[in-house]
Design a protein around this ligand. Structure first.
Ligand code: ZN
Length: 312
């Protein structure tokens, strides 16, 4: 073998070795992007888009209520060390801006619901000083409509691309694949409801968390508590709801995993309607439950709702 041929061969082998080191292997040796998501459902969405390149910590875990959350000092430290923070927005995390200040956080903050059309909820608040008043506020539970979450996925991918340009291709690929899964989920939910007459699609839940689901899938939800959980349901409101359940013969009565079940139990006693089980509104379930991911949560809720209405 002459010298130039040997050099050529060696160069080829080095070339192959370099090619083999390309993105997949390099990605494994890079430390993952440190991300913090405000609550469990959003944490799952960030994991779906981020894949192996992103390590996600969640502030409000499964079974907890983000409306009334109080961050601990160790959670403030976690935020301080993050490279990117995700929140829902629409007034869901009233504690977020103070937490970012406390943590002296200077990194990216992605509001996942950006661009989603908000639904306005009429809130009733019993302010003792003003004698009570009505006012309009945004319903923050936009994730209860699958098309909205497809917009969340776009915002998450964009944020991750800005925080980690080297992973941008991966994030975009993951987002496209996940959005295809969400499209199929949306189609399935519509098909499941399609067999139930519109007049029968009435449900009682603990707090008013299903406005977007109602709007997207043509279901009427009634709740003793408003879009926030920080104020008590009024006795007058509960009495009204009891009358309505009797008049309209509503059969689907649900508690939510994050809510105190006593109020729904009381409504059950007063109407003679047996609570049909648990819905997941603002939180995923723990690992043993039926709602460990967003997709599983939407499927579990839809199955529980349609079966209760059909009397299963
Ligand atoms: Zn809520």
């Amino acid at each position: 073998m002459n010298t130039s041929l040997r050099h050529h061969l060696i160069a080829s082998v080095i070339g192959l070795a370099t090619a083999a080191l390309s993105p997949a292997l390099l990605a494994q040796t890079t430390a993952p992007v440190k991300a913090v998501a405000s609550f469990s459902i959003l944490g799952d969405l960030v994991r779906q888009v981020g894949g192996d390149r992103v390590a996600v910590d969640v502030l409000v875990g499964p079974g907890s209520d983000a409306h009334v959350f109080q961050p601990t000092p160790s959670q403030a430290r976690l935020v301080g060390q993050a490279q990117i923070v995700f929140s829902n927005g629409l007034g869901f995390e009233g504690w977020m801006s103070r937490l970012l200040n406390t943590a002296s956080y200077k990194g990216r903050h992605v509001v996942a619901s950006r661009g989603v059309k908000p639904i306005h909820a009429e809130g009733e608040h019993d302010h003792k000083a003003t004698g009570g008043h009505h006012h309009e506020e945004n319903d923050p539970h936009a994730w209860q409509s699958v098309p909205n979450v497809m917009a969340y996925v776009g915002n998450i991918a964009k944020g991750l691309c800005e925080a980690d340009a080297a992973g941008c291709n991966t994030y975009q690929k993951n987002a496209v694949a996940y959005n295809a899964e969400l499209k199929a989920l949306d189609t399935d939910i519509r098909a499941t409801w399609a067999v139930i007459p519109a007049t029968q699609r009435k449900v009682i839940t603990s707090h008013d968390a299903f406005g977007y689901y109602a709007h997207a899938y043509g279901v009427k939800f009634l709740a003793p508590q408003g879009v926030n959980t920080d104020s008590e349901a009024s006795a007058k409101g509960v009495a009204q709801l009891v009358r309505q359940i009797k008049q309209e013969q509503i059969k689907a009565l649900f508690v939510e995993s994050i809510s105190d079940p006593r109020l729904i139990a009381q409504i059950g006693r007063e109407t003679g309607v047996k609570p049909a089980g648990e819905l997941f509104s603002d939180s995923l379930s723990d690992a043993q439950g039926p709602a460990t991911t967003y997709v599983a949560m939407m499927r579990a809720n839809t199955t529980a709702l349609t079966q209760a209405i059909q009397g299963h």
